[in-house]
Design a protein around this ligand. Structure first.
Ligand code: AHR
Length: 622
């Protein structure tokens, strides 16, 4: 094969093509990216959180009482905060029993590292008691201890554990040291080493892996989670900010519980920390498929009489993110520790909705009001999966009629689909809305598994997104992360447990696109010795230039079972050095995990594209 670059025909493309989609699915937030180690810290789990019956899923889930002569009760008579009604009461006849929490399938700690403990407590009966808090490993015994004095009214107390050993089987034990009644709430344990050391922060290993993609944007909090499965379950960003004990927990439509500990402030902070644009997605005032009733929600959309308040909440979000510290919501951001604006530029309205009259009426109201009040915000509409027909067409129709700047498309398909549809955007009408491919993934039929073949199909499709980067402005693989044993959706980009993170091959494809991105696309001529359609479709090339750093990135995908010898004619571009950095992922297509390998190559030398490979060349230009 021979490749000739044609820089004279270069065109401007989006400089934020690779981003991430974060949804609290698969325990992505609580028990996942959010670094809190105590499960059900506020005793707020409810049977209705679950989409299937689980007799243990209630205020005491993850908690137990070890020992006797003490009774554990859940009370709600005088809570720390009305949004956090339940708390534990231990009625101690003879001291010795322990209220224990084993986190999310055990607590993982590292020897010598500090863990911030915090608890709200009050003594309801008996005087001047105190209680001990222990960090205990099932196998290794006590790893740390704290002694805390009781008070007669709710008081938050903080302490630090320095773990005496590495463990993945630790738990917290709270042991009253006197007789009487002791109340406990908001029991929390955080590693001190969170991502960037943020308070109430994120798990460093997972957040670092995500940051290493160098995503240009972060979409949150969903997915379906954003619109919920009934109008009471629509994600309300206002419930996710402020003091942790005052946040309003909710049922997660994926069948568990959201503490809201990872809330809008934390999402914005994470975006800033990794240099990505925040892209919150707000429901278009309709829940999932705007007819869903899920866990007891109401049908249809938010009543029209409540739409003014609903729209005001979205307007308030802009003020929370960008407003001056003297504004009502800007002040709340400043109080949370961030007086400077978060520089919010995008808001998504709707997620994969059925485009019914209920939707259209509400979307139009929100769109027009937000556009009027905040013309500086780019609104992203929704089209959903194109193969599901009318909603996709109707989604596009409303976007075209209203001139919505960007529209969100989703599709999960087989590798073959991505290979056969790489011309999907070639004919898109450039005068219409731009596209945010908000959710996509290639998966194998049946098992929903991924391997090198699925990763290469994504890499190949991404060459076509770069080629169409004048109309496709953003793209994010979905879902992003999934916890072992708590996965509702496969495939995912990164799997993890309490102590390990396990990127897939597809992760490295995203990382290579995120780290080798440009703002200009350079067409190229690809001459193949065998030009049959099925051969040509399995080879793809995309060249982009970063005009700020003056770097050229050539991406080559070979999905053929044989290697391809090629050479690249770079005579039309002025390079600084003849040496390029080559990164390659190649191997057996059914292999699950293949890591990239880097080497230096001379750009004038012939280049061999191994069978089933993705190659990226990074070249410095003069
Ligand atoms: O990514 C998983 C789910 O797929 C999202 O929540 C939803 O938007 C889509 O159907």
């Amino acid at each position: 094969a021979k490749i000739t670059l044609q820089p004279k025909n270069a065109k401007a493309i989006s400089n934020m093509l690779t981003g991430i989609f974060f949804e609290d699915i698969n325990y992505a937030a609580d028990g996942g990216l959010y670094a809190e180690l105590i499960q059900n810290r506020g005793f707020e789990y409810k049977p209705s959180d679950k989409s299937f019956s689980d007799k243990d899923w209630n205020s005491t889930f993850a908690w137990s009482l070890k020992g006797d002569q003490t009774v554990l009760k859940i009370d709600s008579v005088s809570p720390v905060h009305t949004n956090n009604l339940h708390y534990a009461v231990l009625d101690v006849k003879v001291p010795g029993a322990a209220l224990t929490n084993n986190g999310f399938d055990g607590i993982a700690v590292k020897k010598g590292e500090n863990y911030n403990f915090s608890i709200f407590s009050k003594q309801l009966q008996g005087n001047n008691g105190s209680f001990e808090v222990r960090l205990v490993s099932e196998k290794q015994g006590i790893l740390g201890k704290l002694k805390i004095k009781s008070t007669s009214s709710w008081k938050q107390v903080n302490g630090i554990f320095n773990s005496a050993a590495n463990a993945t089987d630790a738990r917290i034990e709270i042991v009253p040291l006197a007789t009487g009644k002791f109340a406990f709430d908001m029991v929390s344990l955080f590693p001190q080493k969170t991502f960037k050391g943020r308070k109430n922060g994120l798990r460093a290993d997972l957040a670092t892996l995500i940051a290493d993609i160098h995503p240009k944007f972060v979409r949150f909090p969903g997915g379906c989670l954003a619109h919920g499965d009934g109008i009471q379950n629509i994600y309300n960003w206002k419930n996710s900010i402020g003091a942790l004990e005052a946040r309003k927990p909710d049922r997660n439509l994926w069948g568990y519980h959201q503490t809201m500990g990872l809330g809008y402030f934390e999402y914005f902070q994470f975006c800033e920390d990794i240099g990505a644009a925040p892209v919150p997605v707000i429901a278009a005032a309709v829940p999932c498929q705007n007819s869903g009733t899920g866990g007891g929600g109401q049908q249809g959309g938010i009543p029209m009489a409540e739409m003014d308040q609903y729209i005001q909440d979205i307007v308030d979000l802009v003020e929370y993110a960008n407003g001056d510290v003297n504004t009502t919501w800007g002040k709340k951001r400043a109080e949370a520790g961030h007086p400077k604006p978060f520089n919010l530029k995008y808001i998504g309205i709707g997620n994969e909705d059925q485009i019914t009259e209920v939707f259209k009426e509400r979307f139009t109201l929100i769109y027009k009001a937000l556009q009027k009040k905040h013309p500086e915000i780019t609104i992203i509409g929704t089209a959903g999966p194109f193969f599901e027909g009318t909603d996709y067409e109707e989604g596009w129709k409303i976007a075209t009629d209203l001139k919505v700047p960007i529209i969100d498309e989703h599709y999960y398909q087989s590798p073959g689909w991505f290979i056969n549809n790489q011309d999907f955007y070639d004919q898109y009408d450039r005068s219409k809305s731009k596209v945010y491919l908000g959710e996509y993934a290639a998966s194998l039929p049946g098992g929903n598994k991924t391997n090198l073949e699925t990763a290469l199909a994504e890499a190949l499709y991404l060459t076509s997104l770069e080629r169409n980067g004048d109309v496709v402005c953003m793209a994010s693989y979905a879902p992003l992360i999934a916890k072992d044993g708590h996965t509702q959706w496969n495939p995912d980009l990164i799997y993890f447990n309490n102590s390990e993170v396990k990127p897939t091959t597809g992760y490295f494809i995203q990382q290579l696109y995120g780290n080798n991105a440009g703002d200009q696309y350079l067409p190229s001529e690809l001459k193949l010795s065998n030009n049959q359609d099925q051969v040509a479709k399995r080879i793809a090339i995309s060249t982009v230039k970063n005009t700020k750093t003056n770097e050229l990135f050539i991406k080559l995908v070979n999905l053929l079972p044989v290697s391809v010898n090629t050479s690249i004619d770079l005579s039309e571009v002025a390079t600084i050095e003849k040496t390029a950095l080559k990164t390659e992922i190649s191997g057996n297509p059914s292999e699950r995990l293949i890591m990239p390998a880097t080497s230096k190559v001379n750009i004038e030398d012939p280049l061999k594209l191994p069978a089933y490979s993705f190659t990226v060349l990074k070249i410095k230009l003069s």
